[in-house]
Ligand binder design. Structure first.
Ligand code: MG
Length: 258
């Protein structure tokens, strides 16, 4: 009996160790290549949840009248005219249709839909804004919305700007925040309290030692946006923790072959 228990324990230990090294998938701007989906749409989030990836990424802005909204670019096209996200009120942004016919979502709508997801986490990217004040306002509002819905455990943050990393650390010290800009070492990020780095794969190719350095410091490593089979394989071999991709099913398939 005792021997069986020891064998069982060894198996659990073995599989939990394997689990730690298996890469997790993050669907870049949601699973937008699925039928009826579009980048940063609510459908893309639900589709990411349906294929059971670790996370679904989304980009957010603050409208001119202070409402957090979902979009990737700094501008959006309405009636053939380019308008700036930051300089446009919500009422106008709501006239914008995504390529799948959905209305450009607010962050509140996105979080309400996310609350119904059972598998995926939400990886929120704060886009770099015109002023630090507006960035602080966006971080405060969005982290507040996440808290109101009790979703703190299921949401992580990413940003190119150090200011956003600092804001998240101040507003919700428990939250995981990763830095995107590719220029800071794991040691510097650890000192800032970041959960790790989330860099372009070129940085991982150039500085593979940063992956090990991050792990030695107890940090995690996410790499974007890895879409080609050879790059996906290289990132798996480098033992990064997360692969952010436009091809979540391809990454899944490659992972299953390991
Ligand atoms: Mg993004």
């Amino acid at each position: 009996m005792k021997r069986n228990a020891i064998i069982l324990l060894l198996f659990i230990l073995l599989f939990s160790t394997i689990g730690i090294h298996a890469q997790q998938i993050i669907a870049h701007r949601g699973y937008w290549k699925a039928d009826g989906s579009a980048q940063n749409s609510i459908t893309a989030l639900m589709k990411a949840d349906s294929i059971r990836v670790y996370g679904s990424e989304v980009d957010i802005w603050l409208s001119s009248d202070g409402i957090p909204v979902v979009n990737h670019d700094a501008t959006v096209t309405l009636n053939g005219k380019k308008i700036r996200m930051e300089e446009t009120p919500l009422a106008t942004l709501r006239q914008v249709k995504l390529s799948n016919g959905e209305t450009l979502p607010t962050v509140e709508e996105y979080l309400d839909a996310f609350a119904t997801c059972s598998q995926t986490k939400l990886i929120i990217e704060f886009k770099t804004h015109s002023t630090k004040e507006r960035e602080a306002e966006l971080a405060k509002k969005v982290i507040g919305m996440v808290r109101e819905r009790g979703l703190q455990e299921k949401v992580e943050y990413i940003a190119f700007g150090i200011h956003f990393v600092q804001q998240v650390r101040i507003i919700d010290p428990q939250a995981k925040v990763y830095y995107l800009n590719g220029d800071l070492s794991p040691r510097v990020l650890a000192a800032m309290g970041a959960a790790g780095f989330d860099y372009h794969y070129n940085v991982a190719y150039k500085r593979p030692e940063w992956v090990h350095a991050a792990h030695d410091l107890g940090q995690q490593v996410n790499i974007w946006t890895v879409n080609k089979p050879e790059d996906i394989q290289k990132m798996i071999d480098l033992k990064v923790d997360f692969i952010t991709t436009d091809e979540p099913l391809l990454v899944k398939e490659i992972l299953q072959k390991q």
